[in-house]
Design a protein around this ligand. Structure first.
Ligand SMILES: [Mg+2]
Length: 302
């Protein structure tokens, strides 16, 4: 079973009470009506052996679990409100390790005024698993979806990409909550996603949700210092396909992108890496010649 096929099937099922659910399954968060307000909500799990090496310090596991949820909230330009978490601990898991997971969850949430308000703990025969649900509220400019990209938009990213697994970046990244809100308030992106599974795959998700294609300039893709020096094509393919970068990928009108790249207001560099085009093809332009850009990255085989 492939993750994306299963998720596609879920999307075909719709949701109960669709009038109360402005954004259902298929984006970084769902949006649900709550009286006159809106609740933005997301859920992520973190599994030993899948999302982190079992040798990783428990405190970093807690941090990453919370920050992944917060990164999805950032992708909607929403404001975190609170979180709940579950811990499935292997039998014999030491109390001090459980405390360290909790403290990691706490410090990551507290950094964004997102209190951990509850959860559940169980022991089992499997590996360590931490699941986090983050509730949020829309920012003053509303939410930003994957589906709003328009032909002519510039494609922009925060930060740099590739080899996040080599160092500790995949464990210690900062979710782009403040950056996303500033973008939404001042530059009005048409679409946005956080890059968890890989730049090319998450760009494909924006293209598919928006019914558009994209042209990416190979020389404009910011490549992380974590990517080993050497052959440019190998470095570029790490940036496009490795994943776990937790940066923002977004599209906005070209003149807004020009202003954003000139002003660099986020504290983290913003790069313009290409354009949205009509159609559904993703193209990589290297040395002036186009070739297909294949979505490539992390997808669970179940
Ligand atoms: Mg996401």
């Amino acid at each position: 079973m492939r993750e994306n096929d299963f998720l596609d099937w879920i999307r075909t099922r719709g949701v109960a009470q669709p009038k109360r659910v402005p954004v259902g399954p298929g984006d970084d968060c769902a949006v649900v009506g709550l009286g006159g307000e809106r609740l933005v909500v997301t859920n992520d799990q973190l599994l030993a052996g899948v999302h982190f090496e079992p040798s990783v310090e428990p405190r970093l596991v807690g941090r990453k679990a919370m920050n992944r949820g917060l990164s999805d909230v950032a992708a909607m330009a929403a404001v975190p409100v609170c979180a709940v978490a579950t811990l499935a601990a292997p039998h014999g898991f030491e109390r001090e390790n459980a405390e360290a997971v909790y403290l990691g969850l706490r410090e990551a949430g507290d950094a964004f005024d997102c209190p951990l308000v509850g959860g559940d703990v169980a022991g089992w025969d499997g590996p360590l698993a931490v699941t986090v649900t983050v509730a949020a509220t829309p920012g003053s400019s509303g939410w930003v979806l994957r589906s709003g990209a328009k032909p002519g938009d510039a494609v922009c990213v925060t930060g740099a990409f590739g080899a996040a697994w080599k160092g500790t970046r995949h464990l210690e990244f900062a979710p782009r909550i403040r950056e996303a809100r500033l973008l939404a308030d001042r530059y009005r992106p048409h679409s946005m996603i956080d890059v968890s599974d890989a730049l090319s795959l998450d760009l494909w998700r924006i293209c598919r949700a928006s019914g558009v294609g994209a042209e990416i300039d190979a020389s404009a893709v910011p490549i992380s210092e974590d990517v080993p020096a050497g052959d440019f094509d190998a470095r570029l393919s790490a940036a496009l396909g490795d994943g776990e970068d937790y940066e923002l990928l977004f599209t906005l009108p070209g003149e807004q992108a020009d202003r954003l790249v000139r002003e660099q207001p986020l504290g983290v560099p913003v790069s313009r890496i290409g354009s949205i085009v009509a159609g559904e093809r993703m193209t990589l332009i290297a040395d002036g010649s186009p070739c297909p850009l294949t979505p490539n990255g992390w997808e669970h085989e179940i």
